[in-house]
Unconditional design. Structure first.
Lengths: 267, 706, 336
C-alpha cells in the first residue's frame, strides 16, 4: 500500500502556532522558488491535521514566546565578553562568560531551546545550526566568537506562515521518532541543499575532479553528507527520503506492504 | 457532522510532529524556570574500594558555586526505594568505576563544570573485578532462576549425527539516547516537580518518592517529550533523585544533565553475554536438541540477568531443550533492559546456530526453520493466540529474492566486494498491562472536542498519535478535535513504554474509556437506539456541554491461557569489502506479524529503528573496559559507534495483516522490541554467505574479516 | 573548562606576540579540537587568542620560488573550502578526498587547515584525565601501552606513548611533500618540510610537532606534481562515516607508459605522525603497476611494523589497504 495523502487546511490553532513560531525577519535562508514552495506546502498540510497547540494547552509556547529576549544576566559573570549578533534575523547583544558556547547561549540565555545538546563534544550533530550560511556545531563554537555573525536555528526556518520545505518533508516522511536530533538534522539538511547547489563534493563522490556545478545527490551522497548527525532512533531511511524529496522537488512515496495472512499460507 | 474516515490503520503524520520539526517540543531541560541553578555530578576514578578523603574546599570557593554535595553532607536516601542501581552519595564505598560521588551546584553550567574539576578525592583502592574473561568461571546460578529443562539434552546431543556446538559473544552495549538523562527539579513546599524523561511515568514517580522518603502524591513527573530511552529511561537512575536533592539544598530550581561521557556509567548498560549453544538435528532437518547456556555479569551487589534464552524457548519444536543462566557479580554498573532485552542478544546466538546447522545439513535455512515450526508454545504447551513465523519467512523470501541466494558461500562477487544473503527470525511477547484513562468531552455550539488523559509516555514510539487515532474512531470525532495529554504523573496511572506493552495498553485503555463514555451518554439519555450513536453525536443531540468518565483497563481475562507474541523474519544483503573487511548492508527487509498496526507510518519507523539498532549491534557497537581499572575506553560517541546515516541502506518493511484479539480487544501486539530481534543474526548469516567466515563475536568490525 | 581570558586580534604579528608573552595562552581557530579538550580538562589555557579574523584564508597558485606551479593554502582556510577549491580538486584531488574522509560536514566547515595539522591524538587515555598519560602529564606513564590499544600505533611508537595522529588531511599532505610555513613572534617565516613537522613520541610525547610556542601556521604549500590523474585516499574504519581510521592510505602514482616513475604512499592511524611509507615508495619506483608489485611494496613497508597486543590486525590490514589504495589510484581514484 502506498500512502495516500489527503490535503487538509491548517486549523486555526495551527495557524496561530505557526505565527508564534515564525522567524522575525523575512530574509530567505534558501532560495526555493515559488513553485516548489507551493508544492511543498501541499505536503505540509497532507496527512493528519495536527493540533499541536492543544497538547499542552498552549502554556509551553506562551512561555517562550512572551519572553523571547530574556537574556537575564547571571551573577558572577567571569571573563565577560559582549557578543552582538543576529539570531534568526533578530539583533541580539549580551554579555557572556568567555567559556559559554553558542549552544548554551541559545538555550540558556536566549530561550531558543530547539538546538539540542546530545554530546557537547562535536560527536553527534544535535546542536547543528547555520552560521553565515554554513552548518556548524554550536557546542564547539564559543559565543564570544559570534560577534557580527548571523545565526539561524531550527526556530528560524519557518517563514511567512509556512514550514520550511525541509521541515515539511521531515514531517511527511516521519524523519524522526523521539525528535531530539531533529532540529540538528533539519538545519544540517537545509545547509546541505546549498552545498549541493554549489557543487561541493563528498568522500563518496565518484570523481572529485569534475568541474564544480550543481550536483544531483544520490542516496549515498545524502547518507554520507548527513553522517555528522547521529539519530539513535534509526530514522535514517526516512531522513534520506525527506531530503531527496526537497532536493529533487518531486514527491517520494513512502511504501510498506501489508500481506493478508490467508494469501501467504496458500503459497 | 459527517462521519469521519476510520483513523486506526491510517498512516497519519505524528500529532506531535509539528512541534518536533519546529524545535518547539519541550524535553526535560527545555523548560525555563526563573532562577534555575545548574548541577553537575562528579564520579569515582576507581572501580572498587573506599573514598578516604574528599576535599571540596577549593570547589566551594569557586565563583558561582552554591553547594557541593557528597556522601559527607547528602541527605539520607532510601537505597531500596526503587532507583535502579542505588541512590548514591550515601557512603564512601565504591562499587564501580564512574560511580557518582558528588555534585556541584552553581549559578551557571560553566561554573558548575569547572568546580567539579577542583574537588580532590583520595581513595583506598581494592582489586576490582572487571575482567569478564577472568571472572566468568566464578559465575553462579542467579537468585532469580530462569532455567528451563525438557527431555535429555546430554544423551541426545551425544548421539546426534548433525550438531553444532559454539559460543557466541555479545559485548557490553550502551543505550545512548540522544538526550542524555536530564532533569529539572523544583520544590514548592513539600512537593517536588521533576521534568525528566521517563518511559514509565508512574514508576519514576514511585521510585523518586520512595527514595526521597516522601509521599508519591508529593512527586510530580512531567515528561511530555523524551529524547529516546530504549530501556535506559525505563527504570530511573540516581540522577533523578540527586536533582531533587540539589534543588532542596539550594532552594532553587536545579537543572542536572548527565554529560555524554557520564552516560557510560550512570544509567545501566546491556551486559556482555557469553552464550554457549548446542543444536542437533536429524538428517532430514528435525531439531533434536536446543541447549542455550548464558554466562553473564551483574553489579557487585545487585542482580540483573538479560533473558537470552527466551527466543530459544519458543521458536522451535524440539524434544530436548535446556535454557540456563549463570552470572558473576562484578565491579561494573548494574546492567538493565536494553532494546529487545534478551531476545536481541539471544536471537543472535540461536539464529546464527540455526544457520550453521542448516549449512551443515546442506539445507536452505528457511526450509530448516519451517521444518521445526511448533504447533503450540513448546515452553508451556499453551496454544498460540496467533503465530506468523511461516508467513514472515515465506513472504520475505518472495519479496527479497531469496531464490537468488546460493547455499555455498563466496559465490557472488562484484569487484572487490563479496555479496551474501542472510535470514534470521525473531519474536517478542505481546502483553496488555493495566492502564487507566480519562476521557473528557466538551461541546461549544455544534463543535465537540475531546481530551484524553493518561500517564502514558511517548519516547518517539508514537503513543500520542495512536492514542489520538484510537479516540477518534471510538468517539466519532476527527483527529483534530482530540487533545492527548500524557507524560504527567498527575494523570491517571498507566503502563510504561517498555517491553512493547505501550501501544496495546494505551490504545485499549483509551478505547475502553471511549466506549464507556458512549455507554454512559446513551444511558443518561434514557433513549433506545437502532444504530449505536457516537459519543460526539450524543453530546450534540443531548445538548450536553461537558461530560467525562474514567476507566481502569485490564487485559482480557483469558489472555493468559494463550501464548501471544509478535514474530518476524529478517533478510539482509551484505557487501563485504574483501580487501578491507568493511561491511555494507545496502538492503534489509523485515517482515513482521505484530497484530493490528494502528499507524503504518509510525509502525514502520519503529521497525526501521529496531533494524538500525540490530545492524549497529552486528557491525559497530561495543563498549570496551580496561580490565586493569574498569574504566570504559570507549568513553564518548567518537569511540562508541552508533550507526551513522551511511551505515544504513534501504530498509523495506512488510507487515503481516493479522487479526488476533486474544491478547487484547484491539489486537495490538507491539513492535518496539521485535524490530531488533533477529537482525544481528541475519547480518552475521549474510556475512557468512558472502565470505564463508563465521563470526561469533559481535560487533563484526573490519579486523574480524581479514 | 577553566576560566580563561578571551582575546581577539586581526594581525599576525600581534597574535604571535600575544602567545609568546603568555605561555599559557593558546590560539583559537576552528575550535573543534581545543574546545573539546578544554571541556575534558585536558587543555587548560588561561587565555584564548581568537585568530579567526586574520587574513590567512587564501588558496592560490604559487608563481615563484621552489614550489612554483604548486598551491599555497592559507593556514586559517576552512577544511571544506580547501577540499572544494577548484585548484585543489583539479590538481590535488588526493587532498580533497583526504579532507572529506575526516570528521563531518559541520566540523569541516569549522576546522581550519592549520588546526587540522595541530589536532591532538584521540587516545582515550589522553582524554581521560584520571588515567596515566605521558602526553598529557609527562611522567605518569602510558595507559595504552599495556591497555586497550586496538586503535594505536604500529610504527615509530615508544614505551612512553603509542598514540596515533588522528588527521586524514595530514596523510595526504605527507604524501604530497607539503611544506608548512610558520611565523614566529620575531615576524620571520620559516619553512618546515611536512615530514619534519610532526614528531615521533620518543621520550617527549607531550610535543606533537615542532611548532614553538607563539608560532603560527600561516600557510601550507604543496609543490607541483603529476599525481592528479592517479591518486586515491582510502580510509578503513569501524563505521562507514564519521569515525577515525583504523588504517588509512594516501596513494599517488606517476606513470610513464607501464612504468611507475614515482609513487607516493602515506598512512594514517598507524603512528604518532602521518606515516610516509618510504620503503614501499622506493620499491615501486621503476616497477610495473601490477597487483603483485603493490603487494610486495606493502609487505616491505609493513615488515617494519611492531604491533601492540590489540592491534596486530593492522599489519595485514595495512598491507591490504596499501594494495587497494594503489589499485584505486591506478583506476583514476574513483570512490566506490
Amino acid at each position: 500500500m502506498t500512502e495516500e495523502n489527503q490535503n487538509q487546511e491548517l486549523t486555526e490553532d495551527e495557524k496561530q502556532l505557526f505565527g508564534q513560531l515564525l522567524c522575525e525577519d523575512q530574509n530567505d535562508l534558501t532560495d526555493f522558488n515559488e513553485a516548489r514552495r507551493n508544492f511543498l506546502k501541499q505536503i505540509t498540510l497532507a496527512g493528519g491535521g495536527i493540533l499541536a497547540m492543544q497538547m499542552f494547552g498552549g502554556e509551553v509556547f506562551a512561555r517562550s514566546i512572551n519572553d523571547p529576549l530574556n537574556a537575564e544576566l547571571p551573577v558572577n559573570l567571569e571573563n565577560a565578553v559582549n557578543v552582538a549578533f543576529k539570531v534568526n534575523g533578530v539583533k541580539k547583544s549580551l554579555d557572556v562568560d568567555s567559556r559559554m558556547t553558542l549552544l548554551d547561549t541559545l538555550r540558556e540565555r536566549l530561550q531558543l531551546t530547539g538546538s539540542k545538546k546530545g554530546c557537547d563534544h562535536g560527536q553527534c550533530g544535535a546542536c547543528t545550526v547555520i552560521v553565515d550560511g554554513k552548518r556548524v556545531l554550536s557546542c564547539l563554537t564559543l559565543a564570544a566568537t559570534c560577534t557580527g555573525k548571523s545565526v539561524t536555528t531550527i526556530e528560524g526556518l519557518a517563514k511567512g506562515g509556512e514550514l520550511h520545505p525541509m521541515q515539511a518533508a521531515f514531517l511527511k516522511h516521519d524523519g524522526f521518532q523521539c525528535g531530539y536530533c531533529t532540529p540538528g538534522q533539519i538545519c544540517s539538511a537545509v545547509a546541505l541543499m546549498t552545498e549541493a547547489k554549489n557543487g561541493e563534493v563528498s568522500y563518496v563522490t565518484p570523481d572529485v575532479r569534475v568541474k564544480p556545478g550543481s550536483l544531483q545527490l544520490t542516496d549515498n551522497e545524502i547518507r554520507e553528507r548527513m553522517s555528522g548527525n547521529i539519530c539513535r532512533c534509526g530514522a535514517y531511511p526516512n531522513i534520506v527520503d525527506a531530503i531527496k524529496e526537497v532536493h529533487s522537488g518531486k514527491a517520494v512515496a513512502q511504501t510498506w506492504d501489508f500481506v493478508d495472512q490467508k494469501q501467504s499460507t496458500q503459497i | 457532522m459527517s462521519e469521519p474516515k476510520k483513523a486506526i490503520g491510517q498512516s497519519i503524520n505524528r500529532v506531535d510532529g509539528l512541534l518536533k520539526v519546529t524545535g518547539a517540543a519541550t524535553y526535560a531541560t527545555d523548560y525555563k524556570l526563573k532562577n534555575t541553578a545548574h548541577a553537575i555530578i562528579f564520579k569515582s576514578t576507581i572501580a572498587a574500594g573506599k573514598i578516604t578523603g574528599i576535599d571540596t574546599s577549593e570547589a566551594e570557593k569557586a565563583p558561582g558555586v552554591l553547594a557541593v554535595i557528597t556522601h559527607k553532607n547528602a541527605p539520607k536516601l532510601n537505597e531500596k526505594g526503587g532507583i535502579r542501581g542505588g541512590a548514591f552519595l550515601q557512603s564512601n564505598i565504591i562499587e564501580f568505576h564512574g560511580q557518582h560521588i558528588g555534585m556541584v551546584v552553581a549559578e551557571t553550567f560553566e561554573q558548575a563544570r569547572y568546580a567539579t574539576r577542583l574537588v580532590k578525592v583520595s581513595y583506598e583502592k581494592a582489586e576490582p573485578k572487571v575482567d569478564f574473561e577472568k571472572h566468568q568461571k566464578e559465575a553462579v546460578l542467579p537468585k532469580n532462576n530462569m532455567d528451563a529443562v525438557r527431555g535429555d539434552v546430554e544423551t541426545a546431543f551425544r548421539d546426534a549425527e548433525y550438531k553444532i556446538e559454539a559460543v557466541y559473544e555479545t559485548p557490553i552495549e550502551h543505550h545512548h539516547p540522544m538526550e542524555t538523562h536530564s532533569t529539572i527539579a523544583f520544590w514548592e513546599g513539600d512537593k517536588v516537580t521533576l521534568y525528566n524523561g521517563s518511559q514509565i511515568v508512574n514508576g519514576a514517580q514511585g521510585a523518586a518518592a520512595s527514595t526521597l522518603g516522601i509521599k508519591p502524591e508529593n512527586v510530580r513527573i512531567v515528561t511530555p517529550f523524551i529524547g529516546g530511552g530504549f530501556g535506559s529511561k525505563g527504570g530511573q537512575w540516581a540522577n533523578l533523585v540527586l536533582a531533587a536533592v540539589a534543588a532542596k539544598a539550594v532552594n532553587r530550581p536545579v537543572k542536572l544533565a548527565l554529560t555524554r561521557q557520564q552516560m557510560f556509567n550512570s544509567v545501566g548498560l546491556r551486559q556482555r553475554n557469553h552464550q554457549k549453544m548446542r543444536l542437533a538435528a536429524t538428517k532430514d532437518g528435525k531439531l533434536t536438541v536446543l541447549a542455550h547456556e548464558t554466562t553473564t555479569h551483574c553489579a557487585i551487589n545487585n542482580e540483573f540477568v538479560e533473558p537470552c534464552g527466551d527466543c530459544s524457548k519458543v521458536m522451535y519444536e524440539v524434544p530436548n531443550s535446556l535454557i540456563s543462566y549463570k552470572v558473576v557479580p562484578m565491579n561494573i554498573i548494574l546492567p538493565t533492559y536494553t532494546r529487545g532485552p534478551g531476545k536481541s542478544t539471544g536471537s543472535f546466538a540461536l539464529e546464527s546456530a540455526m544457520d550453521e546447522l542448516a549449512y551443515q545439513l546442506k539445507m536452505d535455512p528457511i526450509e530448516f526453520r519451517l521444518k521445526n515450526e511448533p504447533a503450540k508454545d513448546p515452553s508451556n504447551g499453551k496454544p498460540w493466540s496467533s503465530r506468523t513465523t511461516v508467513q514472515c519467512l515465506q513472504e520475505g523470501a518472495k519479496a527479497f529474492g531469496w531464490e537468488k541466494r546460493k547455499i555455498e558461500p563466496r559465490q557472488n562477487k562484484q569487484g572487490e566486494y563479496l555479496i551474501g544473503y542472510g535470514v534470521a527470525c525473531g519474536t517478542y511477547p505481546a502483553r496488555q498491562q493495566n492502564s487507566s484513562a480519562i476521557v473528557k468531552l466538551i461541546r461549544k455550539g455544534t463543535e465537540v472536542k475531546a481530551t484524553i488523559e493518561l500517564a502514558a509516555s511517548d519516547l518517539g514510539t508514537g503513543s500520542n498519535t495512536i492514542i489520538a487515532q484510537t479516540a477518534s474512531d471510538a468517539l466519532g470525532l476527527p483527529i483534530n478535535k482530540i487533545t492527548v495529554k500524557i507524560g504527567d504523573s498527575d494523570l491517571p496511572p498507566a503502563a510504561g513504554s517498555v517491553g512493547s506493552v505501550g501501544a496495546a495498553s494505551f490504545s485499549n485503555a483509551v478505547n475502553d474509556a471511549c466506549i464507556k463514555i458512549t455507554d454512559e451518554l446513551i444511558a443518561k439519555s434514557g433513549k433506545q437506539f437502532f444504530v449505536r450513536p457516537t459519543a460526539a453525536t450524543m453530546m450534540l443531540t443531548e445538548k450536553l456541554t461537558e461530560f467525562e468518565t474514567r476507566v481502569d483497563a485490564k487485559a482480557p481475562a483469558d489472555a493468559g491461557n494463550y501464548s501471544s507474541h509478535s514474530f518476524n523474519a529478517n533478510f539482509a544483503e551484505v557487501w563485504v569489502n574483501s580487501m578491507t573487511g568493511m561491511v555494507k548492508v545496502p538492503r534489509f527487509l523485515a517482515v513482521t506479524g505484530a497484530g493490528k498496526i494502528l499507524n503504518p507510518k509510525t509502525a514502520r519507523s519503529q521497525i526501521i529503528g529496531g533494524n538500525v539498532w540490530g545492524i549497529g549491534m552486528a557491525l559497530t557497537e561495543e563498549s570496551v573496559l580496561d580490565p586493569r581499572w574498569g574504566n570504559f575506553v570507549t568513553r564518548s560517541l567518537a569511540e562508541y559507534h552508533v550507526p551513522s546515516n551511511l551505515d544504513i541502506g534501504t530498509i523495506e518493511t512488510i507487515f503481516i495483516d493479522e487479526k488476533d484479539t486474544i491478547p487484547n480487544k484491539l489486537g495490538v501486539k507491539g513492535i518496539g522490541e521485535v524490530g531488533i530481534v533477529g537482525v544481528a543474526a541475519a547480518v552475521a548469516n549474510a556475512i557468512f554467505n558472502a565470505t564463508g567466515k563465521r563470526v561469533r563475536d559481535l560487533p563484526i568490525t573490519p579486523d574480524k574479516l581479514l | 573548562m577553566r576560566p580563561f581570558k578571551y582575546s581577539v586580534t586581526s594581525n599576525v604579528n600581534s597574535a604571535t606576540k600575544m602567545l609568546t608573552a603568555n605561555p599559557n595562552a593558546k590560539f583559537l581557530a576552528g575550535g573543534t579540537n581545543i574546545l573539546d579538550l578544554m571541556k575534558e580538562d585536558v587543555e587548560r589555557p588561561d587565555e584564548l587568542v581568537d585568530i579567526t579574523q586574520l587574513s590567512l584564508t587564501l588558496i592560490k597558485p604559487i608563481t615563484e620560488g621552489m614550489n612554483k606551479g604548486g598551491v599555497s593554502i592559507g593556514g586559517l582556510g576552512k577544511n571544506t573550502g580547501t577540499a572544494n577549491h577548484p585548484l585543489i580538486r583539479q590538481s590535488f584531488p588526493l587532498l580533497t578526498q583526504a579532507i572529506l574522509a575526516g570528521a563531518s560536514a559541520q566540523i569541516r566547515n569549522m576546522a581550519t587547515n592549520g588546526g587540522n595539522l595541530n589536532q591532538r591524538t584521540r587516545c582515550p587515555y589522553f582524554y581521560e584525565v584520571s588515567m596515566p598519560c605521558n602526553k598529557r602529564e609527562p611522567g605518569t606513564g602510558c595507559g595504552a601501552l599495556e591497555g586497550i590499544n586496538r586503535m594505536h600505533a604500529v610504527f615509530g611508537w615508544s614505551e612512553n606513548c603509542v598514540a596515533v595522529h588522528p588527521s586524514d588531511m595530514c596523510v595526504a599532505l605527507a604524501a604530497l611533500d607539503a611544506v608548512v610555513k610558520v611565523q614566529g613572534a620575531n615576524g620571520q617565516i620559516r619553512s618546515v618540510p611536512f615530514a619534519d613537522y610532526h614528531r615521533l613520541p620518543g621520550d617527549t610525547p607531550q610535543k606533537d610537532n615542532n611548532l614553538n610556542q607563539g608560532e603560527l601556521i600561516t600557510s601550507i604549500e604543496i609543490p607541483k606534481n603529476n599525481f592528479a590523474p592517479k591518486s586515491y585516499y582510502l580510509k578503513v574504519r569501524d563505521r562507514a562515516s564519521y569515525a577515525f581510521a583504523l588504517v588509512s592510505v594516501a596513494a599517488a602514482i606517476e606513470m610513464n607508459a607501464n612504468q611507475i616513475i614515482q609513487a607516493r604512499v602515506a598512512m594514517g592511524g598507524v603512528a604518532h605522525k602521518p606515516w610516509r611509507a618510504f620503503e614501499a615508495e622506493k620499491f615501486l619506483a621503476g616497477k610495473e603497476a601490477t597487483e603483485a608489485n603493490f603487494r610486495q611494496a606493502a609487505e616491505i613497508e609493513m615488515k617494519q611494523a611492531k604491533p601492540l597486543e590489540h592491534n596486530k590486525f593492522k599489519i595485514e590490514l595495512g598491507t591490504r589497504a596499501i594494495v587497494l589504495a594503489l589499485t584505486k589510484a591506478m583506476n583514476g581514484g574513483k570512490a566506490s
